[in-house]
Design a protein around this ligand. Structure first.
Ligand SMILES: [Zn+2]
Length: 243
């Protein structure tokens, strides 16, 4: 399993894309959240990493929540893939999310995509449900999710391939129970940092045991974030990490 970082910014970033990544899984690429300007984010990541990632080639998208910095790119991917589906019979992309997100996804996308009332969510995406109560297979990865205490329904994620585990906090206030869930056996823990109360400030992360911090990388930083305030490395856009 390898991780390609697409975006590392928070919702207000003017310098970086919204926090997102592509996971190279045994059966294809899995996109982890879908920020604004997703085509540009992928182009930049492609140029820096050499990975052949394009919005047209992503068949699986995991969505953590419905804030724009995590899902605004769905509209352009949806229209592009709808055209490919209509003109060439290309399968629709699968969107994996938990029920509270799935239930409101069309409320979010419909005003721009309903084509005068003729189109439905299923015309653009094959929506698959992630359930916090069970493990789901996505592209050969085992995926577990857990709700976080963010301001809208949001899930953190764990991805397992063989004995390798990647954990992704998504947006969350600092939560020791969540940290425990994320870090158990994980080789890489990607954790957000942004101003509280709906996000995690750097101080409690700096206070974690070294055994956790050394496996942790930061994402979702504000533009003013000072990387010297912590020994936990910040992810970089276009960076590739072998898990
Ligand atoms: Zn966010």
């Amino acid at each position: 399993m390898r991780l390609l970082v697409l975006g590392t910014g928070d919702a207000f970033s003017c310098e970086r894309f919204g926090s997102s990544a592509v996971i190279e899984a045994p059966a294809g690429f899995v996109m982890l959240d879908c920020p604004d300007s997703v085509g540009s984010a992928m182009r930049e990541a492609r140029e820096r990493s050499g990975w052949n990632v394009w919005p047209e080639r992503i068949d699986d998208i995991i969505l953590t929540h419905l804030h724009g910095d995590h899902c605004n790119g769905l509209e352009s991917i949806g229209f592009r893939r709808w055209l490919m589906h209509r003109n060439h019979g290309t399968p629709l992309p699968r969107v994996h999310c938990w029920k509270p997100v799935a239930e409101r996804l069309w409320e979010r996308l419909g005003p721009a995509m309903d084509q005068g009332g003729k189109a439905r969510l299923r015309d653009y995406f094959d929506v698959r449900e992630l359930d916090p109560e069970r493990t789901t297979g996505v592209c050969g990865l085992l995926v577990q999710c857990r709700p976080t205490e963010h301001s809208v329904p949001t899930i953190a994620l764990r991805f397992t391939e063989g004995d390798r585990i990647l954990a992704w906090s998504s947006d969350t206030p600092f939560d020791p129970d969540l940290i425990q869930w994320l870090e158990a056996g994980a080789h890489l823990i990607v954790h957000e940092t942004s101003p509280p109360p709906t996000h995690t400030s750097i101080e409690p992360l700096n206070a974690l045991p070294e055994s956790v911090r050394k496996r942790m990388r930061l994402v979702h930083m504000p533009d003013a974030f000072d990387p010297t305030c912590t020994t936990i490395p910040c992810l970089q856009q276009g960076q590739v990490i072998e898990i």
